[in-house]
Ligand binder design. Structure first.
Ligand code: PA5
Length: 497
């Protein structure tokens, strides 16, 4: 047995064993937290084995699962992977994301990094213009990795978003800020015809031209769109904007690892290679293990089983506010992929412990039609301890000396147990930390699980026919050419004529 106080001795044991067995690394690193150690060395070890550390904890979900349903779903897992890898299922012309991480071209990465570096140099603000899959992936990664108070902490360039709403006040306030700042922008739309980003871009294009003149403005605009189709492509060609292509076979919500996500993420100063590396590793793990043991299969089977058992709402839970937009990205991925033919789990999200003081009551005690998927982060990036006070007027001395993350972690474990007792199954996805590499791993994990779950639900996970309904009505109400019949009918329904 190694003396835990002898850090250097312990380190040698670790060094020897780590090459042999990844599980030993897990065991020893958890013990290492209790001794003084060279943290640089520990970080180095983490960086080489980080991929093995994403774990699925089913302890608080197993009691709720009906065995027959799980068995039936598990028996479908190999065939479901075959459908994906052999491209025989519905929507198979949108499976470009499956091999995307490992096939990302080195030249493309270098090109994105170069463009990002140029834009960073001349921008205090970088505006990402896009909606749905054209901005949520980038925002998920950027907000997960930037300072929580980026605008106040003086982070440059500050990444802001437009074209994801049609609020006049929002755009007004943005323009007022941009009047006083140096900025550049990316306009992102695969179709090149989506109304929200098109409106925002028209306004921003005029603003940036007025501010810098046509030529300099053109050097501050990047268009990311389809290789040939759509108004944005034509516009970018005419104006000579730098352009990146969204591959035909990658749908918007699966496009974060294309220039759609990579360019804004690189402009934010985040290591896109680490992000891609994480995704490549998860891609490899999925390909090599198309069985029920794969964490992707476990997640997909469990959520589908609970759905069949009548739990139709899945709540993504995080205990780190930096993951709020990761949940937004996940909600779009799952909502748009599965909500069809009057089927599908409704994806929702909360941030605890904040929302334990709002949604917590419902989750604990309301209608029992939900389950939770918790993203559990093992390690914070920084250390902050609760100070001792001699008077102890606030009665907090019982936790004095503890790290805030330790308290947060106990809140998480306590909540998981309370919700389990309240009849809410809890699935935990445990990650070592929030880093670019781990996020890349998680992104691919959720993309593959989305495809597997979608096929188990028997829907096409790669289309979104329902999104068209509101657009048609909006165009009709705005009097767009070709919608005349609907205009009259809708105006009548709304009592407008
Ligand atoms: O996932 C999807 O396909 C959608 O959410 C799109 O990303 C979104 O509608 C934006 O489309 P576009 O990039 O064509 O402007």
């Amino acid at each position: 047995m190694v003396d835990k106080n002898d850090a250097s001795n312990y380190r040698k044991v670790l060094e020897k064993r780590i090459c042999k067995n990844k599980n030993i690394f897990d065991k020893y690193t958890s013990e290492l937290r209790f001794i003084t150690l060279d943290f640089k060395f520990l970080s180095y070890l983490r960086s080489i084995l980080i991929f093995s550390e994403m774990k699925i904890d089913l302890t608080h979900i197993n009691p709720f699962l009906e065995k027959d349903i799980v068995n039936e779903l598990e028996s479908r897992v190999p065939a479901t992977y075959e459908t994906i890898y052999k491209r025989t299922g519905a929507g198979n012309d949108f499976l470009g994301w499956v091999n995307l991480p490992s096939e990302i071209d080195e030249n493309l990465l270098a090109n994105i990094e170069k463009t990002a570096a140029d834009l960073r140099k001349k921008s205090e603000i970088f505006v990402v213009v896009g909606i749905g899959g054209s901005y949520l992936g980038a925002r998920a990664v950027i907000e997960a990795l930037q300072n929580h108070f980026a605008p106040l902490a003086g982070e440059k360039p500050l990444i802001v978003y437009a074209g994801h709403n049609m609020s006049e006040d929002y755009l007004h306030d943005l323009l007022a800020v941009l009047d006083k700042k140096d900025y550049s922008l990316a306009v992102i739309s695969k179709s090149g015809t989506t109304t929200e980003p098109a409106i925002a871009f028209r306004i921003l294009k005029q603003h940036i031209i007025n501010k810098y003149g046509e030529q300099e403005a053109a050097s501050r605009i990047v268009a990311i769109t389809d290789k040939a189709k759509g108004a944005l492509k034509q516009l970018a060609n005419v104006k000579g904007y730098k352009t990146y292509i969204v591959p035909d076979d990658v749908g918007g919500r699966f496009s974060v690892l294309t220039p759609v996500g990579l360019l804004p993420i690189a402009v934010a100063g985040i290591d896109i290679r680490a992000l891609v590396k994480g995704a490549v590793e998860m891609e490899k793990q999925c390909k090599e293990n198309q069985t029920v043991d794969n964490p992707v299969s476990q997640y997909a089977v469990v959520r589908q089983a609970l759905y069949v058992q009548g739990l139709t709402n899945e709540i993504m839970v995080n205990y780190e506010p930096r993951l709020v937009y990761f949940s937004e990205w996940w909600k779009q991925l799952y909502g748009e992929s599965h909500g069809k033919q009057h089927k599908g789990i409704f994806p929702a999200s909360v941030t605890f412990s904040t929302d334990l003081h709002s949604m917590g009551q419902y989750i604990q005690d309301g209608l029992r039609n939900l389950f939770e998927t918790v993203i559990s982060v093992e390690n914070s990036n920084y250390e902050l301890r609760i100070p001792n006070e001699s008077e102890d007027l606030d009665q907090l001395n019982y936790i004095a000396g503890k790290r805030i993350s330790e308290v947060n972690h106990k809140a998480e474990l306590g909540t998981v147990l309370a919700h389990e007792d309240g009849g809410v199954p809890n699935l935990r996805i445990v990650i070592p930390e929030v880093s670019a590499c781990v996020l890349g791993e998680l992104i691919y994990f959720f993309e593959m699980a989305c495809a597997v779950s979608g096929y188990m639900l028997d829907v096409n996970p790669f289309d979104q026919p329902g999104v068209e309904a509101y657009k048609k009505n909006m165009f009709a109400l705005l009097g767009k050419k070709g919608f005349e019949e609907q205009t009259a009918e809708l105006n009548k329904r709304l009592g407008l004529c």
